[in-house]
Design a protein around this ligand. Structure first.
Ligand SMILES: *[C@@H]1O[C@H](CO)[C@@H](O)[C@H](O)[C@H]1NC(C)=O
Ligand SMILES: *[C@@H]1O[C@H](CO)[C@@H](O)[C@H](O)[C@H]1NC(C)=O
Length: 505
């Protein structure tokens, strides 16, 4: 049977990983690894890394670092120092937690100190943002010989970049107390807001810069919740004002009722299933929709029921479609891994790398099944509900989607974006599609009105910055500079195809 939903990367990397531990302790160690629970007796060794004990009262412990094995590019001055690079790794002691520490990277812009500050969140739930650092939009990529090469299209060419491992238990983030595991967007967004407060207190020179929230996949849940939390904090003058200008969701899961409905249509259009399959699987839609509605008002049991009911729709498609990579339907799922991210785990487990980061001997987890399970009741929640208030206050939203992703496909995203009720809805729906051009070629289709933009990216799957790095950097630049608009682009040649949004218009 096929594995469901976003769990894929997670199952592969966690459960087929090295299990060369003493069999007696295997179960316990597995638990610790999955939870990133930090064993009490190992604490001091770990803390050495960031000299934690000495500064126990500080909210943030951060160090400038330089990755070993970084190959200087021919254009950068040879042997740039740690100071020049402006690369930081740190732990934030989560304020409203028992013992949780949140790991983050902060890469200052390679271009200009006035560039916006951009935070990136990877999904899962429970997958580390380091996946994006090394495979999508971070400053470098990992060569097979474990050298780091500069990424010519890293988003640090146009922004100061923050990558956070969250919720607690993800990546290098950890707690010694199970109560710190989050199970809903309230917990997630409060932790992220508290982190930003501590971060900007530590880096006051960036408080005035524009601030953007970005991310992918399950972050389609985190991002709207986080943006609303920041906006509320600003309005209530809770702390340092965060200069929030916009939020961007890449191939996200935001409005499950609409997006689950789009699976069969997307699959049929792309010939993954046949008409008869389409009819048959669609019979499950009413129950999926009913349980999602119930989840919104009734609580955990209904949310779990919605999760299993709706996910069976996705699984049925995969059972028919065979061994496709459901993050990119042009590809096969290679072996047990749809993508091979093993270089990252190898790299982050090098002793020299761990020393540079100050993470001591803590085990790195690409995707944590524990965090994933804990968030199951959050999965079918509709995170679109808070967005209109943000748009109406002029905060920009960009929803973008690589066209070959099945799991968070562009059609479902386009459908919820078009159906969303906000003051500019009618104008948005009527707006023309324009061509998103990069280097004189069409890299995608853009629709925009006021603060809302939707971009379908050509020749890309779930991980747009990995598949189309140049177009993705261009997208970020234009969007943050207010140039990702119909007016700034040439009108598209192709005409509208009105049949594409039948379920919502
Ligand atoms: C590692 O691989 C990169 C990219 O292929 C290459 O440029 C570099 O010279 C290699 N380094 C070593 C030490 O072999
Ligand atoms: C807009 O662009 C999408 C993406 O290419 C295209 O498939 C669709 O036909 C267009 N829809 C409308 C309503 O213009």
């Amino acid at each position: 049977m096929k594995i469901s939903g976003f769990v894929l990367i997670l199952l592969i990397l966690c459960c087929f990983g090295n299990t060369n531990a003493n069999p007696v302790n295997l179960e316990a160690e597995k638990l610790i690894r999955q939870l990133n629970l930090f064993p009490q007796d190992a604490k001091s060794e770990f803390m050495e890394g960031l000299n934690y004990q000495a500064k126990n009262t500080e909210k943030i412990v951060e160090k400038k670092f330089r990755f070993p094995n970084l190959i200087e590019s021919s254009t950068s001055s040879s042997s740039s120092s740690v100071q020049d690079l402006g690369h930081h790794a740190g732990y934030y002691k989560i304020q409203h937690s028992h013992a949780a520490r949140m790991f983050y990277f902060f890469f200052e812009s390679r271009t200009n100190k006035n560039d916006p500050v951009v935070i990136w969140l990877t999904g899962g739930p429970g997958c580390s943002s380091e996946l994006a650092v090394f495979y999508e939009n971070g400053p470098f990529t990992i060569a097979n010989n474990m050298s780091l090469m500069w990424n010519d299209f890293g988003w640090d060419k146009a922004s100061h970049l923050l990558y956070v491992d969250q919720p607690t238990g993800t990546g290098f983030s950890y707690s010694s107390d199970e109560r710190d595991l989050r199970q809903n967007e309230e917990g997630v967004s409060n932790d992220l807001y508290d982190f930003l407060q501590a971060f900007f207190a530590k880096h006051p020179q960036f408080q005035k810069n524009d601030f953007y929230i970005t991310g992918e996949s399950y972050a389609g849940h985190y991002i709207p919740a986080f943006a609303s939390r920041v906006h509320k904090g600003n309005k209530n003058k809770e702390g340092i004002h965060i200069n929030l200008k916009g939020f961007a969701i890449g191939n996200g899961l935001t409005n499950p009722a609409i997006q689950y409905k789009a699976y069969t249509e997307y699959a049929l259009q792309n010939k993954l299933i046949e008409e008869s399959d389409y009819e048959e699987i669609n019979q499950r839609l009413p129950e999926c929709e009913r349980t999602i509605q119930a989840c919104a008002v009734e609580g955990e049991v209904e949310c779990l029921r919605a999760y299993s009911t709706c996910i069976s729709i996705f699984n049925s498609i995969l059972n028919i479609a065979g061994d496709i990579n459901y993050y990119d339907i042009r590809k096969q799922c290679e072996g047990s891994l749809c993508y091979d991210f093993s270089n990252m785990e190898k790299f982050l487990n090098l002793k020299s790398v761990r020393q540079a980061l100050g993470v001591g001997n803590i085990e790195f987890i690409s995707c944590s099944p524990t965090v994933y399970s804990k968030m199951k009741t959050d999965w079918m929640k509709n995170l679109e509900v808070g967005i209109p208030a943000l748009l109406n206050d002029g905060i920009k939203l960009l929803v973008y989607a690589g066209e070959y992703d099945l799991i968070c496909n562009w059609l479902g995203n386009s459908n919820w974006v078009h159906a969303m009720e906000w003051s500019g809805r009618q104008d948005f729906v009527r707006a023309a599609n324009v061509s998103f051009e990069v280097d004189g070629a069409e890299a995608g289709k853009l629709k925009n009105h006021g603060p809302l933009s939707f971009l379908k990216v050509h020749d890309a799957g779930h991980m747009v910055p990995m598949d189309q790095p140049k177009a993705a950097l261009e997208m970020l630049k234009r969007w943050t500079q207010g140039k990702l608009t119909a007016e700034a682009a040439a009108p598209a040649q192709t005409q509208n195809h009105p049949h594409l949004f039948p379920s919502v218009l």
